[in-house]
Design a protein around this ligand. Structure first.
Ligand code: MLT
Length: 296
């Protein structure tokens, strides 16, 4: 994957930008990961649209900026600025997994005109519980005192995949490598930023763009009940469960994940290279009540 750098809000963000077409998909990774997690999706998506995959501030090959919590708001402002730098004027299909989804909620709060559709994968709209927040702060302190992400890796790895995935599989090796390569500072500042995120449950009711909610049936970190709770509030959404997959559903069952993702993107944006055909008959006037178009 070719990596590029762009200066946004005072930091250099790394990203890939491939494919072409009217539709633009922005892929936003989880914590404490980087854009390599989207490898199985990139090839599939770029045959139908333009796909931009950044490393958010502090992660992967992106610079960290000044010390302090890496908030969802900061990430959202960075992504909006990145779209400006790349001259993406049309609204994008925002696809975020887990932390990527939390960043999506901040994008909707601050830059909603940039979004034409959402894919919210293995994520949730609720904030951390007090115990969850305490766990984040403990993770941050351990990373700082050990100057390593190792304790975060050991704490998180057992819950990233379905319980039946055997250690040593390529997906497991990839996720472990991504986490291990994340700096102690990104783990610490990232964990504190996650702890600071607000409740987005009520925000969901305002997300009127077409939304695809995806969840691995064995997700232990953001279980299917979290996705069902989002679906109940989202006015224009549908839910797809990914079989035999845990939290990293895009890596554990990429075939099914890509099927539902591509079908959603294709329905929003007609595939390229299809010649437009003149209708044989004049189109019929719509007969249904006016309102929001149906979710693809
Ligand atoms: C992620 O995958 O982004 C994290 O597990 C999110 C979280 O810890 O809440």
């Amino acid at each position: 994957m070719r990596s590029m750098l762009a200066e946004v809000n005072g930091v250099k963000l790394a990203f890939s930008d491939s494919g072409s077409g009217d539709a633009v998909v922005l892929l936003v990774h989880g914590f404490p990961l980087n854009r390599s997690m989207w490898e199985p999706q990139l090839g599939a998506l770029r045959s139908v649209c333009r796909v931009i995959a950044p490393d958010v501030r502090g992660f992967g090959a992106s610079a960290a900026g000044p010390p302090g919590p890496l908030t969802m708001e900061q990430h959202a402002d960075d992504l909006a600025a990145l779209l400006d730098v790349l001259d993406v004027r049309e609204p994008v299909i925002f696809c975020g997994l887990s932390m990527g989804g939390y960043i999506g909620f901040a994008m909707w709060r601050r830059h909603r005109q940039r979004i034409r559709a959402f894919v919210l994968a293995d994520t949730r709209a609720t904030p951390d519980t007090p115990e969850g927040r305490a766990g984040r702060f403990a993770m941050a302190e351990r990373a700082e005192s050990l100057r390593s992400s190792a304790s975060a890796v050991e704490a998180m790895m057992p819950r990233m995949f379905s319980p039946t995935l055997r250690p040593g599989t390529p997906q497991e090796v990839l996720v472990r490598a991504m986490m291990t390569s994340t700096s102690a500072r990104a783990v610490a500042d990232g964990a504190r930023g996650l702890a600071a995120r607000p409740d987005s449950l009520e925000l969901l009711e305002t997300i009127d763009v077409p939304t695809l909610v995806i969840v691995g049936e064995h997700d232990q970190l953001t279980p299917p009940t979290d996705s069902e709770a989002m679906l109940a509030r989202l006015p224009n959404a549908r839910l797809e469960r990914i079989d035999m997959a845990g939290h990293m559903s895009n890596l554990e069952n990429p075939v099914q994940f890509n099927d539902v993702l591509l079908e959603f993107v294709r329905r929003l944006a007609p595939p390229r290279h299809v010649p437009s055909v003149e209708p044989q008959h004049p189109p019929r006037a719509p007969t249904g009540p006016p309102g929001r178009p149906p979710t693809p």
